[in-house]
Design a protein around this ligand. Structure first.
Ligand SMILES: C[S@@+](CC[C@H](N)C(=O)[O-])C[C@H]1O[C@@H](n2cnc3c(N)ncnc32)[C@H](O)[C@@H]1O
Length: 236
């Protein structure tokens, strides 16, 4: 009996490793590491910043900072959610050129992935780069002005490290994501009756807004020398 269980588990593990390798190769084809500088430059143009420009910490354009979250970091978050074999709907809020939503789609062909991005330029780049990936789609949308309908979503991810977090929660030992973003998530998720995981980088969500902090993951992020990802569910 034990040998049979070992065989099944190791076959599943080999399948997962093969799938990860295939997803990484396909992601590198669509988003070559060598073109990271191009994508970052596009992000700075979209943000309205000249190369080398110095900005004050209160400049509202900081909210539009483009960066690419670590793939290993996202993989760790998705593994923690334990949704591997299921049909899952995944949304990246502030999807930039679409790399994270594309990765989630390539890694899980049964998942339906989507991204929402305010910048027309970055959105167009996401469409161009992900054109060959059938299970990902992108919308150009200012989510703060026009919150998306996330009623059918199982995982929400936001690389929110540059989003404002004016308050510190002594209870959570973490900065709280600004009210406008929290309110947007409340509206977007109000009809969601699934056990949706809301994953926010380097910011926690206010428990008073109905978000329960379940887990904090310390994951690699080369852009910030490491990130904490706050994983929430919503109060029933
Ligand atoms: C740090 S980037 C993350 C890109 C992508 N998620 C990744 O990790 O590769 C954050 C993105 O959020 C977008 N953003 C900022 N405010 C937004 C808003 N109100 N609506 C939609 N997108 C927004 C920015 O333009 C930027 O591309």
């Amino acid at each position: 009996m034990l040998w049979w269980v070992t065989l099944v588990v190791s076959a599943a593990w080999r399948r997962q490793v093969a799938r990860e390798d295939a997803a990484s190769a396909a992601l590198e084809a669509a988003y070559p590491e060598a073109e990271l500088g191009l994508r970052v430059r596009l992000g700075r143009e979209a943000q309205g910043l000249a190369p080398g420009a110095v900005v004050r910490s209160t400049d509202p354009r900081l909210e539009l900072t483009y960066g690419e979250f670590s793939i290993d970091g996202v993989r760790r978050c998705l593994e923690a959610a334990g949704l591997e074999e299921k049909e899952v709907r995944f949304a990246d809020i502030g999807s930039g050129t679409g790399r994270i939503a594309a990765f989630a789609a390539l890694r899980n062909p049964r998942w339906e992935c989507r991204g929402y991005e305010i910048s027309e330029t970055l959105h167009a780049e996401a469409l161009r780069r992900s054109a060959e990936i059938p299970n990902v789609r992108f919308e150009r949308r200012d989510v703060l002005l026009d919150p998306p309908d996330l009623s059918d979503v199982d995982v929400v991810f936001a690389y929110a490290t540059a989003f404002p977090a004016p308050e510190w929660s002594p209870d959570l030992g973490a900065p709280l994501l600004d009210n406008r973003w929290t309110r947007m998530l409340q509206v977007a998720l109000r009809d969601n009756s699934r056990k949706c995981r809301v994953m926010i980088t380097d910011r926690a969500l206010d428990p008073a807004a109905g978000f329960v902090l379940d887990e904090v993951l310390d994951v690699p992020n080369r852009e910030t020398a490491g990130s904490l990802v706050f994983i929430h569910t919503r109060e029933d």
